[in-house]
Design a protein around this ligand. Structure first.
Ligand SMILES: C[S@@+](CC[C@H](N)C(=O)[O-])C[C@H]1O[C@@H](n2cnc3c(N)ncnc32)[C@H](O)[C@@H]1O
Length: 197
């Protein structure tokens, strides 16, 4: 006689990240950014995922170009494009805002600076706070291009994979901040600010 089995709802954490690192940014995190930073001109969300950042900018009246390396089904995506291979052109917005894929965060920072700095644009990246660390990163990124401001979320944030809903009442797991590059900030002039919980 076959054994009776019941389906378990237990989810095993495999430690694997979803393909292309799709972790949508909570809308509140982008709203906090927009309460503190002014953006003049069009915005490029260059790794738009499901459009969570783009939609907050659109809701506040901005014009947004949304692209991603794959089409995740966001209705307002303009093009499928590998950001790291994109070159500057006059038709591309001078302001770049995104939450980049974790494993390419360094490349996104460097390429984002290359595309915004010479054109007086602004780069705003939602990054883990521990992206501040690292000798290689210091010499390659922060020493030649210190951020203008770092907006630290005092409350930890949790980003849920793909289209999953965050369980109610769960507290955050990771320290995040908005890193802002704008103009030529001199070494030692980076301003660190807190976002109240
Ligand atoms: C952490 S998710 C963030 C999605 C969205 N920016 C947000 O904040 O909700 C990272 C996104 O980067 C995209 N991505 C990964 N590599 C990319 C690349 N080279 N160029 C453009 N997008 C890329 C993934 O498809 C995914 O949508």
């Amino acid at each position: 006689m076959p054994k009776l089995q019941s389906k378990s709802n237990t989810k095993i954490n495999t430690g694997l990240r979803p393909e292309h690192d799709l972790y949508p940014t909570p809308k509140s995190c982008t709203e906090e950014l927009l309460q503190r930073e002014k953006f003049v001109g069009r915005i490029w969300e260059c790794a738009c995922g499901l459009g969570d950042i783009s939609e907050v900018f659109l809701d506040q009246g901005h014009t947004v170009l949304s692209t991603d390396i794959i089409d995740h089904g966001y209705e307002n995506i303009s093009a499928v494009a590998d950001f790291l291979k994109c070159r500057y052109s006059d038709s591309i917005p001078r302001n770049i805002v995104t939450n980049p894929p974790f494993k390419y965060a360094n490349q996104f920072i460097k390429h984002g600076i290359e595309l915004t700095k010479p054109h007086n644009g602004k780069l705003a990246l939602f990054l883990r706070l521990n992206m501040l660390e690292g000798q290689k990163r210091y010499y390659e990124i922060y020493k030649p291009n210190p951020p203008a401001r770092i907006w630290i979320f005092s409350a930890r944030q949790t980003l849920w994979r793909e289209k999953q809903e965050a369980p109610k009442g769960r507290s955050g797991t990771t320290a995040y901040a908005w890193f802002i590059w704008e103009g030529g900030t001199a070494e030692g002039d980076t301003r660190m600010k807190f976002i109240e919980p």
